[in-house]
Write a protein that binds this ligand. Structure first.
Ligand SMILES: Cc1cc2nc3c(=O)[nH]c(=O)nc-3n(C[C@H](O)[C@H](O)[C@H](O)COP(=O)(O)O)c2cc1C
Length: 130
């Protein structure tokens, strides 16, 4: 099974989740800013996460989502952090839907920086899909 983890994170909160997910599924979590972020080979499962900033997602994540193609990504799982709102989950899901990429209904979300217990939850969550 080919798995990828991608995230966009300004202050590290969503990155912490991405790293826990990557640990759980055995791949590196890669920032959408990285040269290595492009999905270049068929991927069975993409974990993709970002946070909410002033009711929107970061434009780097928005641009990255536009690069994803249903021919390369079979299924996606979405995760997010924020102060309060889960809206980023919907925005990311909407972008994936627009690209025709199947997205798992269930999502992973925590308020702010995830603590150790939440990181363990994130790992358990991720393992359910592999
Ligand atoms: C400029 C700015 C705007 C934000 N706007 C919102 C918001 O509208 N709603 C919300 O729930 N959280 C908001 N947040 C909180 C972030 O989503 C939250 O801190 C998140 O965990 C940051 O994740 P990151 O460290 O991965 O970037 C905002 C944070 C910043 C810095």
């Amino acid at each position: 099974m080919n798995i990828a983890v991608r995230y966009c994170s300004r202050s590290g909160n969503t990155k912490a989740l991405a790293v826990a997910i990557g640990d759980a599924v055995g791949v590196d979590a890669v920032s959408v800013d990285s040269d290595k972020a492009a999905i270049k080979e068929p991927t069975d499962l993409l974990f993709i996460g970002g946070a909410l900033y002033a009711y929107g997602i970061d434009k780097r994540l928005k641009s990255y989502l536009q690069t994803l193609r249903k021919e390369d990504v079979k299924k996606a799982v979405v995760f997010s952090t924020s102060w309060l709102s889960k809206h980023a989950l919907e925005l990311i899901k909407k972008a994936l839907k627009n690209a025709g990429i199947e997205t798992v209904e269930e999502t992973l979300y925590f308020k702010g920086r995830p603590n150790e217990k939440q990181l363990e939850e994130a790992k358990e969550f991720a393992k359910r899909y592999i």
